[in-house]
Design a protein around this ligand. Structure first.
Ligand code: FES
Ligand SMILES: [Fe+2]
Length: 339
């Protein structure tokens, strides 16, 4: 990151947000999991004793990448001069001076990590905010399946905005989430809530609302936003397509490697305790892949915040509310406020 970019980050609230960095199942005890987040290089270290730490993936000695070294479940060993670090981040051994006391300042810099929704989440800033609210995960234990991390050459806000967009269904998701001539977007409501934004009464006619659908019909959507790089939706199809039981919830979250590249997770939580999670994962994998080329093609790469930078239609009410909310929350990263 350039010095200018680093200075800009200091007053950007993005640093105080939590982002997912790994599936818990991909970062098992005894392993290291390197990742990029907000232009920084980090490594998650999961000790054989179960302790999980996240550190800058930069050796304090000469800046080598620690994750190129080794981890035996107890100590990380730097690939360059062999310094060893405990899972607490403390420097435990310097081979060039095996008997000398280890001075202060040799430890790794750590950042906050927590586990939620079967993912590890990291916050690099000093004043962490809330995780995205996703009640379905706890309300329906064992009924969630995760798609991700999926790399995407787009900024987080463009990815979220696409998730909130209903007017593209008949074109990008033809035969699944929409179908001409059912192109009209009916009016819906957007409200500011205690935790963020909510869009209700969103109704779309869909030929195949989900993997268990048997016929086309209206589908009711409720969208929620409580985190700037994330959104949720719950979807309830008609009775013929299973009604409430045939419905499901989604949590989308974009984890930014840089301003314009992300790793994306899409969690699906189904309502039917006897439902086939794999079929929903397969369905959402198709839907997700249909969006990628379009979202990666959008210019400017950063999401325009000034309403005059793009033109709008009535169906974009939610996207305009989202853009205002991002600015109000002090988020510049991934938006044209950083141009
Ligand atoms: S750079 Fe890591 S031990 Fe020297
Ligand atoms: Fe889409």
């Amino acid at each position: 990151m350039s010095q200018n970019a680093a200075a800009r980050m200091l007053d950007d609230q993005i640093v105080n947000e939590w982002f997912p960095v790994a599936n818990c199942s991909d970062a098992q005890p005894g392993s290291m999991y390197p990742f990029l987040l907000l232009d920084g290089r980090y490594v998650l270290v999961h000790g054989a004793d179960g302790v999980v730490g996240v550190f800058e993936d930069i050796c304090p000695h000469r800046g080598a990448r620690l994750s190129l070294g080794t981890f035996d479940g107890d100590r990380v060993q730097c690939p360059y001069h062999g310094w060893q670090f405990a899972t607490s981040g403390e420097c435990a051994f310097r081979p060039a001076h095996p008997t000398m006391p280890i001075p202060d300042g040799c430890s790794l810099s750590s950042v906050r990590v927590q586990r939620a929704y079967d993912l590890y989440w990291v916050c690099v800033g000093p004043a962490p905010r809330n995780l995205p609210v996703y009640g379905a995960f706890e309300d329906k234990p064992g009924l969630t399946v995760a798609l991700g991390p999926k790399p995407m050459n787009a900024c987080g806000p463009r990815i979220v905005e696409n998730f909130l967009d209903v007017a593209h269904f008949p074109y990008v998701h033809a035969n699944y989430l929409g179908q001409p001539p059912h192109t009209e977007v009916r009016d819906y409501e957007v409200a500011v809530t205690e935790t963020g934004l909510e869009a209700t009464n969103v109704v779309a006619w869909q030929p195949r609302p989900g993997p268990t659908s048997v016929e086309g019909g209206d589908v009711g959507y409720v969208y929620g936003m409580s985190h700037p790089y994330s959104a949720t939706l719950t979807k309830v199809p008609t009775e013929a397509n299973g009604g409430e039981l045939g419905g499901f919830s989604l949590l989308l979250v974009a984890s930014p490697e840089t301003e314009t590249t992300c790793r994306v997770w899409l969690l699906t939580t189904i309502n039917d305790p006897d439902g086939d999670l794999q079929s929903f994962l397969d369905f959402n994998t198709i839907i997700f892949s249909q969006d990628v080329d379009i979202v990666e093609s959008q210019l400017p790469k950063r999401l325009p915040i000034d309403p005059r930078r793009e033109v709008h239609q009535r169906a974009d009410r939610m996207s305009l509310a989202y853009r205002r909310w991002l600015a109000d929350r002090g988020i510049r990263y991934g938006t044209t406020l950083n141009d």
